[in-house]
Design a protein around this ligand. Structure first.
Ligand SMILES: Cc1cc2nc3c(=O)[nH]c(=O)nc-3n(C[C@H](O)[C@H](O)[C@H](O)COP(=O)(O)OP(=O)(O)OC[C@H]3O[C@@H](n4cnc5c(N)ncnc54)[C@H](O)[C@@H]3O)c2cc1C
Length: 329
């Protein structure tokens, strides 16, 4: 049953998708934005939140994480007509006979008059801990949002980048013990954070990797580590394990949606329409002659895509004069 039909569904909540949702909201579209990760922000949030971006108009320099916050704030002005669905990987997209769309995830199906795909290089998933049966343990975490879970516990963190180092520092004094395990000697985090790590009461284990995780039923209780240079092993108690190895992205199900692809991206025309009418694409997910994969170009593309999506869904409501963008109100 098409119980809840949206004007527009945006698949992918990176910078281009968030800006697209704002722009669609501003133009009166009831919009849903879906992302595979628990948080919006795409590559900026998942891969480089602490890195400065220097090439965004109006921002001489801004950290990627801050840029995501600003984009979300801009989108939230139209909260009443924008629904955000996170932690949800879109699996299938089907065009129905009346020209509307059925979009199904592993949890439910959504209905929409039009679609803009801003899925970047595909859905992000965290890199998993490479030991047998890791997926059996419910106390191995790939995302951390609250410190409460770790209070008074023996916590082992795997990873050597900013996220791993920052969480180790934040849990120092909250957890009973904090160990950070990294396969190289040097951490890849900010120099000041690495300096703080040395001063903190944190057990730094380098160059080690996980060899085994053992526990009872679905709870891990200890990890066995191996030194990658000497082969020496160590066993640590572990009430909670945090793995921050970064993310991998893969076009995954998008490849099966019967939309023309070129070099792993969706080929679009000058209105950003894909080979399926009513489905548009913008940002890193799309390609055309002269395409440049940047945030600013994605912003421009998504504006074109949304105007075209409005024209597809509601041709009768689109303003006729050429120089104004489409308005639904
Ligand atoms: C290290 C690094 C530094 C960079 N620096 C700059 C810079 O300084 N300036 C610049 O302009 N660009 C920079 N870029 C490039 C820039 O990050 C990308 O161009 C930009 O992120 C593209 O945005 P997007 O919204 O199109 O896609 P993304 O940011 O990739 O977001 C796509 C989102 O879609 C979601 N998704 C995908 N498939 C699905 C699905 N099936 N279901 C649900 N959700 C899905 C993903 O989980 C992801 O959150 C940099 C990139 C990297 C890696």
């Amino acid at each position: 049953m098409k119980n809840d039909m949206y004007d527009l569904t945006i698949i992918g909540g990176g910078p281009v998708g968030i800006y697209g949702a704002f722009y669609a909201g501003m133009h009166g579209m009831r919009t849903k934005i879906i992302d595979a990760l628990p948080q919006l922000g795409g590559q900026l949030a998942a891969l480089y939140p602490e890195k400065y971006i220097y090439d965004l108009p109006g921002h001489p320099k801004i950290k990627a994480g801050e840029m995501v916050d600003q984009l979300k704030k801009q989108m939230e002005q139209f909260n009443e007509r924008i629904d955000v669905v996170t932690n949800t990987n879109v699996q299938t997209v089907e065009k129905l006979e009346d020209g509307t769309f059925k979009i199904c995830t592993d949890q439910e199906c959504h209905y929409s008059h039009s679609i803009v795909i801003t899925a970047g290089n595909g859905a992000f998933t965290p890199r998993k801990l490479d030991v047998a049966h890791a997926e059996d343990f419910t106390n191995i975490h790939y995302f951390v949002s609250t410190m409460e879970t770790f209070k008074g516990k023996d916590v082992v963190i795997f990873g050597g980048g900013d996220s791993a180092v920052d969480w180790a520092l934040m849990l120092d004094g909250v957890a009973k013990s904090v160990s950070i395990v990294h396969r190289r000697h040097e951490f890849r985090a900010h120099a000041s954070s690495v300096e703080n790590l040395k001063q903190a009461n944190i057990n730094c284990l380098t160059p080690y990797v996980a060899k085994d995780v053992r526990g009872e039923k679905n709870l891990a209780t200890e990890v066995e580590l191996v030194n990658v240079e000497t082969g020496e092993t160590k066993v640590l108690p572990a009430d909670e394990i945090i793995v921050l190895y970064g993310f991998i992205s893969s076009l995954g199900p998008i490849k099966d949606w019967d939309i023309e692809l070129e070099k792993n991206a969706l080929r679009v025309d000058i209105t950003q329409q894909t080979s399926v009418s009513g489905i548009f694409a913008a940002g890193d997910a799309c390609t055309f002659d002269g395409k440049i994969k940047m945030i600013t170009t994605g912003f421009g593309e998504v504006v074109v895509a949304i105007n075209a999506a409005i024209a597809y869904a509601y041709p009768e409501k689109v303003h006729r004069h050429k120089h104004s963008s489409a308005m639904m109100k």
